[in-house]
Design a protein around this ligand. Structure first.
Ligand SMILES: Nc1ncnc2c1ncn2[C@@H]1O[C@H](COP(=O)(O)OP(=O)(O)OP(=O)(O)O)[C@@H](O)[C@H]1O
Ligand SMILES: [Mg+2]
Length: 189
């Protein structure tokens, strides 16, 4: 597989974004890559999809319009496989959760922007799903700092000097198995 240019960085604490939740203690930025256009975001999603399995959670963090749903849609379509390219993958902005049966297991796509209380996570069944499904969670800021320890946060940022592009940062606990798996796929030069 072609390498995607995710650059390993010395684990570092992120610069603060006043609108995004600060990752919990111990979570560090471990890699960064530029995403020059929407196709680059799709390419990244497609490359990561093959290395996800039930029980994995990706926390998709970023401002409104950062590209979280765009990434999730490409990832879900890849997991669906045959027929996925044209599959309907609506944003869960209003339903909060959309689920999909794929050959790689069940996928939950959640958008917590409108979550009024973190307790609603339980009502949605998301806490259980995180053990059994591949979970893609937009606006994890709503449940910070209670991020699942095994999850990986992908933060999408819009650089001030290049607003038509995005910058991706992979953030996780250093011992995270999922982070190690994802970095091995896309991070090695
Ligand atoms: N790397 C990129 N460079 C430039 N544009 C991108 C990139 N990735 C995605 N986009 C574009 O960003 C736009 C907004 O994306 P999207 O709807 O996925 O945002 P979002 O983060 O889910 O926002 P919200 O918080 O409102 O749900 C889309 O039009 C998409 O094409
Ligand atoms: Mg979205």
């Amino acid at each position: 597989m072609a390498k995607l240019g995710l650059v390993m960085i010395a684990p570092t604490v992120l610069t603060a974004d006043p609108d995004l939740a600060r990752p919990p203690a111990g979570w560090l930025a471990q890699a960064r890559m530029p995403l020059p256009d929407a196709q680059a975001t799709e390419n990244l999603a497609q490359a990561l999809a093959a290395h996800l399995r039930p029980g994995d959670t990706l926390l998709l963090q970023g401002q409104l319009g950062a590209g979280k749903s765009h990434f999730a849609r490409a990832l879900i379509r890849t997991l669906i496989g045959d027929g996925g390219a044209t599959a309907e993958v609506p944003s869960p902005s209003f339903t909060l959760v959309q689920t999909y049966d794929t050959p790689h297991g069940e996928v939950w796509h959640a958008d917590l922007y409108r979550l009024s209380d973190p307790q609603e996570m339980l009502e949605l069944g998301l806490d259980l799903a995180m053990h059994q499904a591949i979970c893609l969670i937009e606006w994890p800021d709503r449940i910070a700092p209670d991020w699942p320890v095994g999850a990986v946060c992908l933060r999408f940022e819009t650089p001030a000097d290049a607003p038509q592009t995005r910058l991706l940062t992979l953030i996780a606990l250093q011992a995270s198995d999922l982070a190690t798996r994802l970095l091995a796929v896309v991070g090695r030069p």
